[in-house]
Write a protein that binds this ligand. Structure first.
Ligand code: BJW
Length: 247
């Protein structure tokens, strides 16, 4: 299948799904999850920091890391790929956008009702029972990052934690079931910038493929999702997506 055929397929889709991972925001300057860490975090491994165990063992380290990432995400701007995703949904209102990203760049490009499978950097919550949202102050982050004690919940005094989904935690039930349903009922699924190795999110394109949808993948590198993709477009989100959704 050629890129031109992919454009026709995508723009004539009745219920497209766009499924995105960290590569979607890479050209906005947000490092991918599996890029080497920098600054104060250079000697740590992201997979080990993104766990409830790490937060309980060293809350200042983990909260500091998330505050550093939140400040980087705040400074970033949506790239041409995010704008193309929003443009697709403007052309085909039945489009569903499912993201594993914890930034808000899809929303800032104009996408609405984005399904966030792994939570958000901007929705901290208290670790008390039952979990409840928490207000937290804006930190003035140094370039290299810093250890930082998490704030305490004003209503119950428990620690505030990042509102993201860590390894071993349940994904938000509503977002996951809506994403599974959209994948099972879509005719085209566009997967962008994900390594496709973190479950259950990595099932989303596989569900679409099993249900008979055409899967188009955009990624500069091979991934395990190559096997379920009808078309593998080797390139970056900001260069390929504007070709798929011409202005
Ligand atoms: C570009 C680009 C450019 C670069 N343009 N592309 C089945 C099998 C095996 C294991 C499991 C399984 N089911 C569950 C598990 C365990 C685990 C898991 O999947 N582990 C695997 C690593 C082996 N899953 C879980 O623990 C999940 N929970 C769960 O299953 O709970 C079950 C449960 C049941 C009952 C009770 C309790 C629990 C939770 C997973 C949560 C993942 N969270 C993270 C962190 C979020 C917060 C944070 O950001 O800190 O989510 S991990 C991390 O990976 C993050 C990402 O969303 C996610 C996916 O990463 P992504 O987006 O694919 O990024 P990268 O960096 O991996 O890849 C970037 C890609 O972009 C690359 O391919 C590049 O080539 C490409 N690229 N530049 C386009 N410009």
């Amino acid at each position: 299948m050629t890129v031109a055929a992919a454009v026709d397929l995508l723009l004539s889709a009745r219920r497209p799904v766009v499924f995105t991972g960290a590569g979607m925001s890479a050209e906005s300057g947000v490092p991918t999850f599996r890029d080497d860490l920098t600054g104060l975090w250079a000697r740590y491994d992201a997979e080990r920091l993104a766990t409830p165990e790490a937060f309980h063992a060293d809350p200042d380290l983990v909260w500091g890391w998330y505050e550093w990432r939140r400040s980087r995400a705040l400074q970033a701007l949506p790239n041409a790929g995010h704008h193309s995703v929003a443009a697709l949904a403007a052309r085909i209102p039945a489009t569903t956008v499912v993201t594993q990203n914890v930034d808000d760049l899809h929303e800032r490009a104009g996408s609405t009702a984005v399904l966030h499978l792994h939570g958000s950097l901007f929705a901290p919550r208290c670790i008390g029972t039952p979990p409840h949202p928490a207000v937290f102050p804006d930190a003035d982050e140094p370039e290299e990052g810093r250890r930082l004690a998490p704030p305490r919940c004003v209503s119950c005094g428990a620690l505030v934690r990042p509102g993201v989904v860590w390894f071993g935690e349940q994904l938000p039930e509503d977002a996951l079931s809506a994403a599974v349903e959209a994948a099972a009922n879509c005719d085209v699924l566009l997967t962008v910038g994900t390594s496709g190795v973190v479950y259950p999110a990595a099932e989303i394109p596989r569900i679409a493929a099993r249900s008979g949808a055409t899967v188009i993948q955009v990624n500069p590198d091979p991934t395990p999702l190559d096997a379920v993709s009808t078309l593998n477009l080797r390139g970056t989100a900001a260069t390929i997506l504007p070709q798929l959704v011409p202005a």
